[in-house]
Design a protein. Structure first.
Length: 198
């Protein structure tokens, strides 16, 4: 099983990235909390990996920290929570914020994530209470900088929000509140913050 990738960042198409490890390009799905921490294209990157092997696919999910990966692994053990919803949860809040929401039984915060209704939020609290670690660091090894803004950042932000489970209408509404010159990482972060409040 693949547990870690250490290579060069080739592509960023939120929520997926491609990491070149000695000539092999690995497609990795990452939550937005990790996406915000990625270096510029062509820079070195290290991701902690959770691999899922199915009959029809081998899927890689990457995380900035071991704590984030462990939180993801706990999430997918919860009844009714698959990898996509687990990624959406970790895109809407950090591992620490999730642990806090579980500890305080903040159903409203949990229900703000697309795909999470009240019943699922209650199940998360019930099944994860006391199981989530805190103190996750969200800096990539070496404290690598954020990526530079891209010309088509608006469409990247929209696609990322839709990939996380929001409808096009919800995503478009969230994007109307963003500054005109916002880069992809910051735009996704601000849009998710707005959607979580709404």
């Amino acid at each position: 099983m693949i547990g870690r990738l250490n290579g060069v960042l080739l592509e960023k198409l939120p929520p997926q990235v491609v990491v070149d490890v000695q000539g092999v390009g690995y497609e990795v799905d990452v939550p937005m909390t990790t996406y915000y921490q990625l270096p510029a294209l062509g820079e070195k990157v290290v991701l902690f990996i959770h691999q899922v092997v199915r009959e029809d696919a081998h899927l890689l999910f990457g995380f900035a920290s071991r704590t984030e990966r462990e939180t993801f692994r706990q999430l997918i053990k919860v009844t009714g929570i698959g990898a996509r919803i687990a990624l959406a949860i970790l895109s809407g809040m950090s591992a620490d914020e999730l642990a806090q929401a579980i500890a305080t039984e903040d159903l409203k915060r949990l229900s703000a994530v697309p795909g999470i209704g009240k019943k699922t939020a209650e199940r998360l609290v019930l099944e994860l209470r006391g199981k989530l670690a805190t103190g996750a660091t969200l800096t990539m090894p070496g404290g690598l900088p954020f990526a530079a803004a891209q010309a088509d950042s608006r469409s990247d932000i929209l696609n990322a929000l839709m990939a996380l489970g929001y409808s096009e209408k919800e995503a478009q509404a969230a994007m109307k509140t963003l500054p005109a010159d916002v880069d992809v990482s910051e735009g996704i972060r601000l849009a998710l913050k707005g959607l979580a409040k709404g």
